[in-house]
Design a protein around this ligand. Structure first.
Ligand SMILES: [Mn+2]
Length: 372
């Protein structure tokens, strides 16, 4: 009988993370972080003798991952003597001609779904039947509804459905209708593709990516652990699940309001107030400055001035505008060359070009002391 299982996916192993900074130290660390998350999951399965691991697609990042990475996974799974591993492929690692899954010989305890039709495997000693549909190309606009409706579940089995797709989606990533999926009476629906972990009633869950991959992925990450109680008398199964959190560097986006009275020093202080030093030295930060700034202040060295205070920081200054009173400048300069120049720039039709042209020219003139 199945007592529990791990549900994971979207590891995107082999992803080439590139940061154009410091010899890509961030990319190298990110790659290590991904592998240690995988190792942590495998270690958990080993330590607690988890009988089943479900991988709901995008275990690998692409069709071009190196063979060594695929081998590393296969070898780790081979060491899990008491665990069965069941895999569906996703939009990144679909089972096509150059599929990463074709690069190695998989151990006997690994089962990979290789078709984009519904197949099932029944593991007798665990009384579990797993239904899965894999990706064999990189787009699915339609869910195979008729085929799905035709599935006949054996009610005495613990039935699992594995899919990689987008609940409520309309795009090319296999749109899934939650009500339709639930109507079949699966004991668990193990989904992949959305990187944020989410568990709904009725045994439906997105495992999420075990570590966040970019600034869009906030909140807790890890892998899901489910426990099953079997009520033999009534032939019923009770499943509970939870997130086993994996510690990793988080991504934070912080918006900071700037006012014209702020000095360069004030701006640095405001940015440092976004978090405590311990956290700043550990995580990824994207700082978005907003509001109006004294035109003399130059922000181009901000990231350099902040680098000792953060593990990683990037500053976005596109939403900040210089505090310039154009009406006053025009009044003060009348018909002299500065006045004429500003009027000329004001005539530019494209709004974005006009505002940037005004901003940069006036900043330059203020910087050179031509205007005050
Ligand atoms: Mn995906």
């Amino acid at each position: 009988m199945l007592t529990g299982f791990i549900h994971t996916g979207d590891l995107h192993l082999g992803r080439p993370f590139t940061f154009n900074k410091y010899g890509n130290v961030y990319g190298k660390n990110k790659r290590k972080e991904l592998w240690s998350a995988f190792d942590e999951m495998v270690h958990y399965a080993d330590e607690f003798k988890v009988p089943l691991i479900l991988i709901a697609g995008d275990l690998f990042d692409s069709q071009t991952v190196i063979t060594m990475d695929v081998k590393r996974v296969a070898e780790a799974f081979e060491r899990l003597k008491e665990t069965r591993i069941v895999i569906i492929t996703g939009n990144h690692d679909y089972y096509g001609e150059n599929s990463p899954y074709k690069k190695v010989i998989w151990p006997k305890n690994v089962y990979i779904f290789k078709d984009d039709t519904f197949k099932s495997i029944y593991i007798q000693d665990l009384n579990v039947e797993i239904y899965g549909m894999s990706w064999v190309k990189n787009q699915y606009r339609d869910f195979p509804e008729i085929e799905f409706k035709g599935l006949q579940l054996e009610e005495t089995h613990y039935n699992i459905l594995m899919l990689h797709g987008e609940v409520g989606g309309l795009g090319p990533y296999l749109p899934l209708d939650l009500k339709l999926l639930e109507s079949k009476g699966f004991n668990t629906i193990a989904l992949g593709h959305i990187h944020k972990p989410g568990m709904a009633s009725g045994g439906v869950a997105y495992c999420g990516s075990p570590v966040p991959l970019h600034f869009g992925e906030t909140g807790d990450h890890g892998f899901l652990v489910s426990r099953i109680k079997t009520d033999y008398e009534n032939q019923a199964f009770y499943t509970s699940n939870g997130l086993d959190k994996i510690e990793s560097r988080s991504y934070y986006t912080k918006e900071i309001d700037i006012i014209p009275e702020n000095t360069y020093h004030d701006i640095i202080e405001k940015i440092l107030c976004c978090d405590v030093l311990d956290k700043r030295r550990e995580n990824f930060y994207r700082i978005i400055l907003k509001g109006y700034i004294e035109p003399e202040i130059q922000l181009e060295w901000l990231e350099d001035d902040l680098e000792d205070e953060f593990y990683y920081v990037e500053v976005n200054t596109s939403k900040i505008e210089p505090d310039i009173d154009i009406a006053r400048l025009l009044l003060e300069n009348g018909n002299n060359v500065i006045g004429k120049f500003i009027r000329e720039l004001q005539a530019i039709e494209n709004t974005e070009v006009r505002s940037k042209a005004l901003q940069y020219s006036i900043e330059a003139m203020v910087g050179e002391g031509i205007i005050k």
